[in-house]
Design a protein around this ligand. Sequence first.
Ligand code: NDP
Ligand code: PYC
Length: 340
Amino acid sequence: MTETTLAIGELEQLVEEILRKGGLSPLHAGAVTRVIVAGERDACKSHGVYRIEGCLRTIKAGKVVPDAEPALTSDGTAIVRVDARGGFANAAFELGAPVLAEKARTMGLAALVINDCTHFAALWPEVEALAELGLAAMAMCPSYASVAPAGGSAPLLGTNPFAFGWPRRDKDPYVFDFATSVAARGEIELHRRAGKTLPEGWAIDPDGNPTTDPEAALAGAMLPFGGHKGSAISTMVELLAGVMIGDLTSPEALEALGTTTLAPAHGELILAFDPARFAQGRAGDPMARAEVLFEAFAGQGARLPSQRRFAARAKARAEGIRLSADEMALLERLREQGLE
Ligand code: NDP
Ligand code: PYC
């Protein structure tokens, strides 16, 4: 099928137009466009243009406040808070990130708590933005119950993403970002749409039996990565980025939303660290020492996480973003008619 190639700016214009038409205020349309197009640009299809319909459905269902004005509060402590007031998380992060970075530089470490946000996005844009400011960072959030705990047989945990970034001089930062389920739920949906079966070990059906059928997986439960280890990390995310920040856990988010077909509302926690202030000159420059570690990866022929993504980004910058005929038809339909 014929592909279309759009410059990054052209895709941004198109996505923003669709989101504005769908009812998002300029603040949110801009912030949501940036993460969706970044996903497509970096070949992260599970959080690229396919997410637009979900955003529009969530707006139409009245489950996100499309013109919410996020509100920031900051006191003398290391915690900065942004109340997203029911809007998408992305604008709340953009508001809070500069204050978080400033606090981390002043105090050595700081936390950004985002409450009452609707969340559908990848987290790497956030830790990457902080790493570009010279900070190490972690970001995490619950989702809605869709993953069985290790040894269990029904949805309880969310796909609970966890991302980490480490700054590098004159190089792309070290960044990883993954669902704590074997794969993101978006991957299951993309397999369903493509008529493909799932790899074994991703999911169980509603009776608790292993399945490779995406429909049965969506109706049943996904599995945590790494068995009991992923299950525990996912539980940590529920505790730190749900219970501790006074926001919803994944089972509570599912109960509040009543469906897994819309974007869930809950909170998010982002931590930022200034490596130089931790090391205080002990054992040499932490940036240089990290490079020794990274070089040893290459020495074994291993790659760093996000290396594939940065290569895709460089290609998209040089050649544009390639969209399939189906993706382009969807974007044109949404631009002309909105969500049907
Ligand atoms: P992937 O399994 O695709 O990738 C996870 C990470 O591992 C990436 O940083 C990736 O880098 C890296 N990686 C993959 N293969 C290798 C390798 N061979 N060697 C070294 N590193 C490697 O991610 P998921 O499917 O688990 O998650 C996708 C996205 O979904 C994430 O961005 C996450 O934030 C998002 N998500 C969001 C949720 C939400 O509620 N908002 C819920 C769940 C997920 P690279 O990209 O370069 O391959
Ligand atoms: O892909 O698992 C996922 C997901 C859930 C919410 C947003 N993304």
